[in-house]
Write a protein that binds this ligand. Structure first.
Ligand SMILES: C[S@@+](CC[C@H](N)C(=O)[O-])C[C@H]1O[C@@H](n2cnc3c(N)ncnc32)[C@H](O)[C@@H]1O
Length: 277
């Protein structure tokens, strides 16, 4: 879409300190828990091995382990988020037991060209697709995910659904006020959106004020270019990546997917190879 290939590190090039941005990211996302039961049950049913593409700070790792995962590999492009994932593993006896047994790996890498050994029963890309630059990058990730699935393995694409996408630009406003290490944090954001033939493009800018220990304020601006392909485009991309959709859901409670859905969850499997292919 633009000349520069997009970095796999979402904090690369942001003016603020990446570790603070990652801490604020967790402050915002750690209370997102409504999907944990979904991933626990999917792991339980699918069995065994899980590849978490764009694992971030490892929010979903506990759900995979609670579902009985025998091997979990997480890949993320952000060193700062991976450091937090590693801390999460160290702080959780169930996760560290799997890690000590050599069955949990957290890898710095790019979901468009993941370097992992072995095949997986379940590959999960939760919230990752919108960070890719567009159709070409998406097909790279999808084809790579397909090649990591074992026979009967499933890929889950889990993103914001049509009912929760912005229908207009949103001016700068306060999203939340929280505390980090006992000090106040204020998060503001604004967004500009536009429809394109390949889906909705969103320029999302955040401005976070964090009070430092000495009482001064660190102001952290960050911006993200997000992309939400239409369903028709996504189905074509899955096909190009060698996948077919098996099931769709509009929520982690397994509601049907429709125009009002808050989530768009697609579960796909590898397409059958053509005879002789
Ligand atoms: C919205 S977060 C979701 C994190 C996690 N899956 C969850 O549900 O909590 C998107 C994640 O994708 C990662 N990411 C984006 N583009 C990537 C790329 N090209 N390669 C690897 N990771 C990427 C980001 O670093 C971030 O951790």
């Amino acid at each position: 879409m633009t000349g520069e290939p997009r970095s796999a590190d979402i904090f690369a090039g942001q003016p603020g300190d990446a570790d603070l941005l990652a801490a604020i990211y967790d402050l915002e996302h750690d209370d997102v828990t409504q999907d944990l039961g979904f991933y626990r049950e999917l792991t339980r049913r699918g069995g065994g091995t899980v590849l978490d593409l764009g694992c971030g700070s490892g929010r979903l790792l506990g759900a995979f382990v609670a579902g009985g995962a025998s091997r979990v590999v997480g890949i993320d492009g952000s060193p700062a988020l991976l450091r937090r994932a590693e801390a999460r593993v160290r702080g959780d006896p169930r996760l560290s037991a799997l890690r000590d047994a050599g069955s949990m790996e957290l890898l710095l890498g790019d979901v468009r060209r993941p370097r992992v050994g072995g095949r997986f029963r379940l590959a999960v890309a939760a919230g990752v697709l919108p960070h890719l630059d567009g159709p070409e990058d998406a097909v790279r990730m999808l084809a790579a995910a397909a090649s990591c699935l074992d026979d009967g393995g499933l890929l889950v694409l889990d993103d914001i659904g049509p009912g929760a996408l912005p229908s207009r630009d949103l001016p700068l406003s306060v999203d939340w006020r929280r505390e980090l290490d006992g000090r106040p944090i204020v998060r503001r954001s604004q967004l500009a959106q536009r429809e394109t033939p390949e889906g909705l493009r969103v320029d999302y800018a955040t401005l976070t004020d964090a009070v430092r220990p000495d009482g001064t304020i660190a102001r952290l601006p960050a911006s993200f270019r997000l992309w939400y392909p239409s369903m028709a485009v996504l189905q074509r991309l899955l096909e190009s990546g060698g996948l077919v959709t098996e099931t769709t859901y509009g929520s982690h409670d397994l509601d049907p997917l429709d125009e009002e859905s808050e989530r768009r969850i697609l579960i796909a499997r590898r397409a059958a190879r053509p005879p002789g292919g």
